[in-house]
Design a protein around this ligand. Structure first.
Ligand code: ARG
Length: 367
C-alpha cells in the first residue's frame, strides 16, 4: 500500500489524524533529580509515589475516550497507544528507578516534523522507555507509509552528571527559582543532549524550542543538526519558575497569531522575528481555576493548552470559560472538551495528543 500517513508541519493546519494518550496504569514515579525540581514545595505530590488511584485512572480514561470520539465525529482519525507495564522498574547501566510514568502525554515524547516522527531523548529517568507505548503505532505507520521516517534521538545516560545538585535541596523557594530561570540556570546540565518533544513548537520552516528543565542547549543544538532545513530558535520565558514544556506558555493559533502566558512573557529581545513579520503575540486570558486539580504536575495555565483543529477552530477545556471567551473574540470557533480530571496524568488538550497528519506543506512564515 502506498499512501501518506504522516505529515504535519505546524500547530494549526487542518488536523486529520492524531494520537490521543491513555491514562492506563499511570504512576507517580519515585523521587529522581529532574522530577523533584519540577514539584513545587507546596505541592500535594511531594513525597508521594506509586500507582495512581484506580478511580482517577478510570475517570481520566473516560474523558480521553470522549475526546477521541469527539475528534472522530469531526472526521479526525484517532489512534491510541498500547500501554506497557508502567509499574516495572527501569534499570540501565547508569541508573535505576522503581517505576515509570505512563502513556500520557504523547506530546512530550513524539515530535512530528513533516513525514518524520522523532522520539525525544526525554530527561526524566522514569520516562526513558515511554516511547515503547507508541511503538505499535510507529510500526504500523512504517508499514503503511513508504515515506514515513521513524527516528529516535540518542538515548541519554541520565547519570547524576545530568542534573545540577543545587536544584535538589528541599527548600528552594519561588524567588530563587525565578532568579535562576532569569539566569538560565536550570536543573539539567549540559552533559549530553536532552529534550522533550513538548518543548518544541512547529511553525513550518521554523522550530521554536524552549530552553528549560527538560530541554538543554545541547538538546537544541542536536535538533538544529538533525533538521538542517529548518531554522531552530531558542526561547526562554523567565517568568516561569518551573519551565517544562512550552505549550502552557506560548500557543500559536493560526498564521500571525500567538497566545502568550501573561506571567511568562517572551522577552523583548526574542520578539523580533514575529514583529518583523506582523505576527501578533497576545496575552492569554486568565485561567478559570485558582489551583490545579489534585496530584497534578502542571499549573492552572493548562487553560491555554488548547488543540487547534484548523485556523478557525480550537478545542478549549470546558471549564475554561475565560479562555473560550477570548477565543471567540479572536474569531475562533470553540469546541468545548471536558478534560480537567485528566490533567493530573500530565497535561491538557494539546499535551494529551500528538499530531500524525495535518493538511498543508512546509511554509516559510518568517521570510
Ligand atoms: N509546564 C506547564 C505548566 O505547568 C505544563 C505543560 C504541560 N505540557 C505538556 N506537554 N505536558 O504550566
Amino acid at each position: 500500500m502506498t499512501k501518506t500517513i504522516v505529515n504535519s508541519w505546524n500547530e494549526w493546519d487542518p488536523l486529520r489524524h492524531v494520537i490521543v494518550g491513555r491514562a492506563d496504569d499511570g504512576h507517580i514515579p519515585p523521587e529522581e533529580p529532574a522530577l523533584d525540581a519540577k514539584v513545587p514545595e507546596d505541592s500535594d505530590m511531594r513525597g508521594e509515589w506509586g500507582r495512581r488511584p484506580q478511580e482517577t485512572i478510570d475517570r481520566a480514561n473516560e474523558l480521553l475516550d470522549n475526546f477521541a470520539s469527539l475528534l472522530e465525529k469531526r472526521g479526525v482519525r484517532v489512534d491510541r497507544p498500547t500501554p506497557i507495564d508502567h509499574s516495572k522498574p527501569v534499570t540501565t547501566p547508569d541508573f535505576h528507578t522503581e517505576s515509570q510514568f505512563g502513556c500520557m502525554p504523547p506530546r512530550d515524547v513524539l515530535l512530528t516534523v513533516g513525514s518524520e516522527m522523532l522520539e525525544a531523548t526525554m530527561s526524566y529517568r522514569c520516562r526513558w522507555f515511554e516511547y515503547l507505548n507508541y511503538r505499535p503505532l510507529m510500526q504500523r505507520y512504517f508499514d503503511e507509509d513508504p515515506n514515513f521516517r521513524h527516528e529516535s534521538a540518542p538515548k541519554p545516560r541520565l547519570t547524576d552528571a545530568d542534573y545540577h545538585p543545587d536544584y535538589l535541596s528541599e527548600e528552594i523557594g519561588v524567588a530563587k527559582r525565578l532568579q535562576w530561570a532569569e539566569e538560565k540556570f536550570f536543573v539539567t546540565t549540559e552533559e549530553e543532549p536532552l529534550f522533550d518533544a513538548a518543548d518544541v513548537l512547529r511553525f513550518g520552516r521554523d522550530l521554536v524550542v524552549q530552553h528549560g528543565f527538560t530541554t538543554n542547549l545541547k538538546g537544541i543544538e542536536w535538533l538544529r543538526r538533525h533538521f538542517p532545513d529548518h531554522r531552530v530558535h531558542t526561547v526562554n520565558f523567565p517568568g516561569d519558575p518551573y519551565p517544562i514544556h512550552i505549550d502552557a506558555t506560548f500557543t500559536p493559533l493560526r498564521p500571525g497569531l500567538i497566545l502568550n502566558n501573561p506571567q511568562r512573557r517572551l522577552p523583548d529581545d526574542q520578539r523580533k522575528m514575529y514583529e518583523d513579520n506582523d505576527w501578533q503575540i497576545v496575552d492569554a486570558a486568565q485561567p478559570a481555576h485558582n489551583t490545579p486539580p489534585p496530584l497534578c504536575y502542571s499549573s492552572t495555565w493548562l487553560s491555554m493548552n488548547v488543540l487547534v483543529l484548523d485556523p478557525k477552530t480550537v478545542c478549549v477545556e470546558k471549564s475554561e470559560v475565560y479562555q473560550a471567551e477570548q477565543m471567540d473574540k479572536l474569531g475562533m470557533e470553540v469546541v468545548e472538551v471536558e478534560l480537567r480530571d485528566a490533567y493530573a496524568f500530565g497535561g491538557g488538550l494539546h499535551c494529551c495528543t500528538a499530531d500524525v497528519y495535518r493538511e498543508g506543506t512546509c511554509e516559510d512564515y518568517f521570510p
